[in-house]
Design a protein around this ligand. Structure first.
Ligand SMILES: [Mg+2]
Length: 228
């Protein structure tokens, strides 16, 4: 096992966020009496939500604002008469309740733990949601520590959240790696923090930010176990 400290992103790296999001979106709308929300609104919602998360990563918007604002914008666009606060609460409830492992996540975490290496989570997601998802997915026991950006006062790609993680790990960063699916947050963050970086890219996406280059690129989590 090449590294002593493995930092994992959570969403779409260990847990299939896209699948959870689809279910939470459809269920929440149907409980408010709106059917076919996926085909009607989902692509616009994803764009709106992604824009707001990008703003969050640039320190331009608070997470508390983002979680409601994305639905306010969508509802305004389509003239939907729903309370965005209530809708957001219901959506986050369903998001917490529907969890799916990314292929091989458990096998890889178990192998790293069995090798007595440290493992941490480093996520920008919403704190209450992320802790519930880690519990419900039975992944929580693998981690020596969990860092949600709300707790560290800093979010990926900023260096503060990584320094907070190194403190919790009680080890220097010189043999650490971050594994994540998002170049602008996970890889740029790892580079900013001066550690090794691994881009989890299962669908062979193009790197749209070629000035940011990961040390490793993998299609399957299993490849982590073969790093030389
Ligand atoms: Mg992610």
């Amino acid at each position: 096992m090449k590294f002593d400290l493995y930092l994992f992103d959570l969403d779409d790296t260990l847990l299939d966020f896209q699948k959870s999001q689809n279910i939470a979106f459809e269920k929440s709308f149907s409980e408010f009496g709106i059917l076919n929300a996926m085909s009607l609104y989902f692509s616009d919602y994803k764009r709106i939500s992604q824009n707001l998360w990008d703003q969050f990563e640039r320190n331009e918007i608070q997470k508390e604002v983002l979680r409601v604002r994305r639905f306010e914008v969508l509802f305004e666009q389509y003239g939907i008469q729903l309370d965005a606060h209530k809708f957001s609460d219901l959506y986050l409830h369903h998001l917490s309740d529907n969890n799916f492992h990314i292929e091989y996540s458990v096998d890889v975490l178990r192998a790293i733990k069995d090798a007595n290496k440290k493992i941490g989570i480093i996520t920008n997601g919403i704190k209450a949601v992320q802790y519930k998802r880690l519990e419900a997915s039975n992944l929580k026991t693998f981690f020596d520590f969990i860092v949600v950006s709300e707790e560290s006062g800093s979010a990926k790609p900023h260096v503060g959240i990584f320094e907070y993680a190194f403190q919790l790990a009680q080890m220097p960063k010189n043999n650490a790696i971050i594994i994540g699916d998002k170049i602008e947050a996970d890889i740029l963050g790892g580079l900013n923090a001066g550690i090794s970086t691994c881009w989890f890219n299962p669908y062979n996406k193009q790197n749209s930010t070629p000035h940011i280059q990961p040390h490793y690129e993998i299609k399957s989590l299993l490849e982590i176990l073969n790093f030389k």
